[in-house]
Every structure is written in structure tokens, then in C-alpha cells.
Design a protein around this ligand. Structure first.
Ligand SMILES: CC(C)(COP(=O)(O)OP(=O)(O)OC[C@H]1O[C@@H](n2cnc3c(N)ncnc32)[C@H](O)[C@@H]1OP(=O)(O)O)[C@@H](O)C(=O)NCCC(=O)NCCS
Length: 188
């Protein structure tokens, strides 16, 4: 797979990708069968083969990026702005770092900053929101650190590991992102 430095940060870049590229769909299948990823999207009950992954990826809409390390061009995850409403200028953000060994190293925070900058300052969005399971402490911490705040929740909405869990909605406005200034774009 050839990746493109569409949006470049300090440790990684965001690249468009082809859904029918072998690395893209085989990694997607691997990650969507990995409980540490799939459980956080309510996808663990699904059986994702490489053929399913190729089909699913081909049907996804919105601005979807592969997250690639600058040092070695390794694919480590995906980040997206999807369900975009250009009239109201809002969208949903989705992200995962597929490989466990690459989590907790600041890559998720940097990818979020880069895609928020693209969403607010290139696509001219006004509100970017996301949803997260209430037991996903790493993601909630990461989103708060990026400047998202809780906008509401659906109580006991997700059934996982034999328990019901709240689904939390978080959002950020363009002016809140701008208030962070350039500091907001420097990922630690
Ligand atoms: C959520 C996710 C995208 C975050 O990306 P990441 O690269 O692991 O996160 P970062 O390294 O940027 O860490 C962000 C902050 O969260 C903190 N953090 C990491 N794991 C944590 C945990 N289990 N509990 C609390 N805070 C945690 C980090 O310490 C860091 O804060 P710091 O910079 O002040 O130290 C990533 O962990 C992931 O893909 N998880 C699996 C899939 C998933 O949950 N996707 C989101 C679905 S809504």
C-alpha cells in the first residue's frame, strides 16, 4: 500500500486509503476481531472475515484516514469524520489505534488533534461530536484532554460482557478548538 501525507503531524500522518488494498482490509479484519478494539464499538459479536472487511470498508462514507507512523510508514489505526451534515456543519468523529503496543504513546491524541484541525479549519465544521462507552476510561481521558466535553448520555444503552453500560456523547465547537490556539496542535 502506498500512503500519502495528506495531514502531517509530529509523530504520524493521516492518509487516504483504498478499501480494496490487502493491508487495509486484512488489518481491519484483524482489529475488528480483537476484543480490545471491537468491544469499544459494540462490534465484538460480529464475525468479520477479510471479505466482510473489504465490503464494509468499501461502503463507509465520510472522511476516513489511515493513521501512519512518520518514522516507518506503519499503519497503526484509523480516524474519521463521518455522518457529516454540511448544512448544519456537524459531524461525528471515530478513532481507534488497532495495535495494542501503539496505545498510550500519544498517537491517538495527535490523530484527534489533526482531524479536528482538518474538520474545523478545512471542512469548516461547527460541531464535532463522538460517542464513547462509559467504561472506556482511556478514550474518555483522551477526548477530555483534546477538549471534548460531555453533551449527554444514553443510560444502560450498551450490552457488553453481561452488563449494561451507558453510552456517553461528547462534543466540541469550532470556537472551543480555536481557543486552544496553536498549543492545541502540539501533541505531547
Ligand atoms: C482510545 C484511543 C484512541 C486513545 O489513543 P491512545 O494513543 O491510546 O491515547 P494517548 O496515548 O494519546 O493517551 C491519551 C491520554 O489518555 C491516558 N490514558 C491512556 N490509557 C488510559 C487509561 N486506561 N485510563 C486513563 N487514562 C488513560 C494517557 O495517559 C494520556 O494522557 P496523558 O497524555 O496525560 O498521559 C486508543 O487507546 C484506542 O484505540 N483504544 C481502543 C479502541 C477505542 O477504544 N477506540 C475509541 C472508541 S470510542
Amino acid at each position: 500500500m502506498r500512503y500519502f501525507r495528506k495531514i502531517t503531524g509530529e509523530q504520524l500522518y493521516l492518509s487516504p486509503f483504498d478499501a480494496d488494498d490487502t493491508e487495509i482490509y486484512t488489518k481491519w479484519a484483524e482489529w475488528m476481531n480483537d476484543r480490545t478494539v471491537a468491544d469499544n464499538f459494540g462490534e465484538y459479536q460480529n464475525l468479520v472475515s477479510t471479505a466482510n472487511a473489504k465490503k464494509i470498508l468499501g461502503e463507509l462514507k465520510g472522511y476516513r484516514f489511515a493513521i501512519i507512523l512518520l518514522d516507518n510508514d506503519v499503519l497503526i489505526g484509523h480516524v474519521s469524520l463521518h455522518d457529516i451534515n454540511h448544512l448544519c456543519r456537524n459531524a461525528f468523529l471515530g478513532i481507534f489505534i488497532g495495535e495494542e503496543k501503539y496505545r498510550g504513546k500519544g498517537y491517538g491524541s495527535e490523530a484527534i488533534r489533526l482531524v479536528l484541525d482538518y474538520g474545523f479549519n478545512t471542512l469548516n465544521l461547527h460541531n464535532i461530536m463522538l460517542s464513547v462507552h462509559a467504561d472506556n476510561n482511556a478514550a474518555i481521558f483522551c477526548y477530555k484532554k483534546a477538549g471534548f466535553q460531555e453533551a449527554g448520555r444514553r443510560r444502560e444503552w450498551v450490552f457488553k460482557n453481561g452488563k449494561y453500560i451507558d453510552k456517553i456523547y461528547m462534543d466540541m465547537l469550532a470556537r472551543e478548538f480555536k481557543e486552544q490556539g496553536d498549543e492545541g496542535l502540539k501533541c505531547e
